[in-house]
Design a protein. Structure first.
Length: 534
């Protein structure tokens, strides 16, 4: 890089968030979030004075604070492919998603706390999984803006349709920044920075994300032969507990993939031998959650995965969908070993044919006719018809742990920024920028004993606030890191002894600038493009 050139809109607005397309070398696309003017996009990102276009159709809140571009936004090897997905978080606590490169935006706040007037929280930070194309995972940090407002971490595994709390283990929920391992699909490693307690980490791959589509195919419950003798009650399914370890990081993925679910269809004007549903019609599902392990389980989230299948004369027309799929049934604070918890949820069911006004189903007499259901009795027509169903309810436990060791050199625990090495699986390197202590580096961020080293030599002053960090895509070869500070931009090169030597990189700036966001081209070694938001 020789010098900085302005790449701003005519109004010279404050830039709060930046995101480059992963296919920037061929599409030259950059997104910019602003304070008060929503979102802008350019497809001339390699030009010295690119043209920016407002792309705000559907965005109601003008104050953009955070932005995450899908790693599958576009591909240079297959022009025209990709999901064109971007998320933005706003000062009013709203999250919007575009699936067409910014042409239109959709509000995706399902599961987040109610947004008041004025809003009690803002979306301070967002990060998309490097494996977003398949896991649909995005993280969001909620930051309170009024007394009593929520400070929390939420995660979606279905591209923002439903958000669930993801903060078990955190003692400080004032989240400032996220960073995900480039090897996230395999190591499930994430870092977050807080205002008071430094750095937290989750590590160890979860085998059962909450996205129901990622669940393995169910193993059928043993099918009984239809009998005139009613069953004595619903069956009980056992939970399976899996303990995964990565160093001293422990993550338990606790699954009840096929619990005993009693679906009771209340007869409403049914004919003899049949159960009738009005549309929508109520169905009650009872769920038993049991801890069959020998350790307590904390912060358990129980979600329902969606469709329940019934069967009529024609199995192809007897399916029913819930009126609201993929929602949280309950959160359980703790379950001791051997403890059970009984839950219940009432659904309004609808036929898959949206034009139907009512649906009539035969009582289930043939187990082979039921998809995901087993007949357990055939009661008289005037009684409820109990059946036992399999479902993809997931009970999940995740745990954050502090990786801010008291014997390390991390003297400032207000963490504003993160960067994870593109080769984290091999070098375990993470940089953390602080509000008043400069920059810290760990070469053991994935290990059982994470330590941090202060790497401020050359920063002016050494206690400068580090607002943003990016690492060269070729970091293992060039050992180069860029930081944005309240005094401008610095380039650092790692020395053989592990220390960093920093030099200012501010030629072209007309004044001292506070650089709050940095983004680097995936092809930086060839095009030398680095964006800075001020």
């Amino acid at each position: 890089m020789n010098a900085w050139t302005p790449a701003v809109t005519p109004t010279n607005m404050n830039t709060t968030a930046l995101g480059l397309s992963p296919s920037f070398p061929c599409d030259k696309t950059v997104f910019m979030g602003t304070e008060g003017h929503r979102v802008f996009r350019t497809t001339q990102g390699d030009q010295p004075d690119p043209v920016w276009l407002a792309v705000n159709n559907g965005i109601g809140d003008p104050g953009i604070l955070s932005l995450a571009v899908s790693p599958n936004y576009g591909r240079c090897d297959r022009i025209g492919t990709g999901d064109k997905t971007v998320f933005v978080g706003t000062r009013a606590g709203l999250i919007y998603r575009t699936d067409n490169g910014g042409a239109t935006w959709t509000l995706t706040n399902g599961g987040l706390p109610t947004v008041g007037s004025p809003s009690s929280y803002a979306i301070a930070a967002m990060a998309a999984s490097p494996n977003y194309a398949s896991d649909r995972t995005v993280m969001a940090a909620l930051q309170s803006t009024v007394a009593g407002g929520p400070d929390a971490v939420y995660r979606t595994t279905d591209a923002g349709n439903i958000w669930l709390p993801f903060d078990a283990g955190l003692t400080d929920r004032s989240i400032q920044a996220f960073a995900l391992s480039a090897n996230f699909a395999n190591d499930f490693t994430m870092f977050l920075g807080t205002r008071f307690n430094g750095v937290y980490r989750v590590a160890g791959k979860l085998s059962n994300p909450t996205n129901p589509s990622s669940q393995p195919s169910p193993t059928p419950i043993a099918t009984p032969t239809a009998s005139p003798t009613p069953a004595s009650g619903p069956r009980t399914a056992s939970a399976s507990t899996e303990l995964l370890e990565s160093g001293d990081a422990r993550v338990q993925a606790v699954r009840v993939p096929y619990p005993s679910l009693s679906l009771v269809a209340r007869a409403a004007g049914a004919l003899d031998g049949q159960v009738g549903y009005g549309v929508p019609g109520p169905v009650v599902i009872s769920i038993t959650v049991e801890n069959n392990g020998n350790v307590p389980l904390l912060d358990i989230v129980v979600r329902d995965g969606g469709k329940h299948d019934f069967c009529g004369d024609n199995p192809d027309t007897g399916d029913i969908d819930e009126s609201k799929d993929d929602f949280t049934i309950a959160r359980i604070a703790a379950l001791a070993p051997g403890e059970k918890r009984e839950l219940a949820a009432t659904f309004l069911m609808r036929p898959e044919d949206p034009n139907a006004s009512g649906t009539l189903f035969n009582r289930i007499r043939r187990a082979e006719c039921a998809i995901g259901l087993n007949a357990v009795s055939s009661p008289p027509p005037d009684e409820p018809s109990p059946v036992v169903a399999q479902d993809d309810v997931v009970v999940q436990l995740v745990q954050w742990e502090s990786v801010t060791k008291t014997n390390s050199e991390m003297t400032d625990l207000w963490i504003w920024s993160f960067a994870v090495s593109p080769f984290f699986a091999n070098d375990q390197t993470v940089f953390a920028g602080s509000a008043y202590g400069g920059l810290f580096k760990s070469n053991s961020a994935g290990s059982a004993s994470t330590t941090w080293t202060r790497v401020n030599s050359g920063l002016e002053p050494e206690w400068v606030s580090v607002r943003s960090i990016v690492m060269s895509p070729r970091y293992p070869q060039d050992r180069t890191v860029y930081v944005g500070t309240e005094r401008g931009i610095y380039r650092g090169v790692e020395q053989p002894d592990g220390s960093m030597t920093w030099n200012p990189l501010n030629r072209g700036f007309t004044r001292s600038v506070d650089v709050r966001s940095l983004h680097i081209s995936p092809d930086f070694g060839f095009d030398g493009v680095l964006y800075a938001g001020t």
